[in-house]
Design a protein. Structure first.
Length: 228
């Protein structure tokens, strides 16, 4: 199997796809497709029926869309770490993943992910208030924290993740969100901050983040920090 990913510091959906592929426990290779080069659209059109990545290529069968990839890999590796073993917990994990997949458009547009960037704020300058207070963004920041809180209250007692001790695809879906909150120094409630910290320190997430740093060094740190 081959997974096509984008730049590790900025490609949220391919980060999720990669984390989920790793959770499957199945062997796969990765190809990187840079999304902001002059030939990117043409290359995307060649490899992805939707013109979007991630794409999972399984012996020539192409699976697009992160949630579809999660389900395809789950069928290949049922009982893997992608979803919880309990049926209701699994439904709840799919609900959490689906909400992330279909929501938070204002937040995602205002605070693009950049894993190698920290928005520096000293004495309130330069202010990020304009970004985090854009219409719709504060309500979505609150909703993300509520979603984490309610899921953890029902399912998370055994550990730091949404469903307890095991990091699963729902956590993978929220990893780019946790990283945005860190990059833009968004003030979170203590329980949400603890969850975001746990996600960002999970070994698979740190492996991806280390890859992002390596790519940024290779491409040129200033260019990576300036993008998007
Ligand atoms: N709904 C899709 C979204 C995928 C998506 O938007 N991917 C971005 C990269 S993170 C992309 O391919 N963008 C194309 C471009 O920037 O030209 C999924 O779940 O995989």
């Amino acid at each position: 199997m081959r997974l096509i990913i984008g730049a590790k510091w900025s490609s949220t959906w391919t980060m999720r796809g990669w984390l989920i592929a790793r959770l499957s426990g199945l062997a796969f290779e990765c190809d990187t497709l840079w999304l902001s080069r002059p030939d990117s659209k043409a290359r995307l059109a060649q490899v992805s029926p939707t013109g979007l990545i991630p794409v999972l290529d399984h012996d020539g069968f192409l699976v697009t869309d992160t949630l579809a990839i999660a389900e395809y890999l789950w069928e290949l590796a049922p009982g893997s770490d992608i979803w919880p073993a309990d049926r209701q917990a699994r439904a709840a994990a799919r609900m959490a993943a689906a909400e992330m997949h279909s929501s938070f458009a204002a937040l995602r547009a205002a605070l693009p992910m950049n894993l190698v960037k920290r928005w520096p704020v000293a004495n309130g300058l330069p202010s990020n208030v304009k970004l985090v207070n854009r219409p719709g963004v504060p309500a979505e920041i609150a909703r993300v924290q509520d979603a984490w809180r309610h899921t953890r209250a029902r399912w998370g007692a055994g550990g730091p993740f949404l469903f307890g001790a095991a990091f699963n695809a729902a956590d993978a879906m929220y990893a780019p969100m946790a990283s945005r909150f860190r990059t833009y120094a968004v003030e979170l409630a203590p329980d949400a901050q603890a969850y975001a910290d746990a996600v960002l320190s999970h070994p698979l997430v740190t492996e991806w983040i280390e890859g992002a740093h390596a790519q940024a060094r290779e491409v040129g740190w200033d260019a990576a920090v300036a993008f998007p």
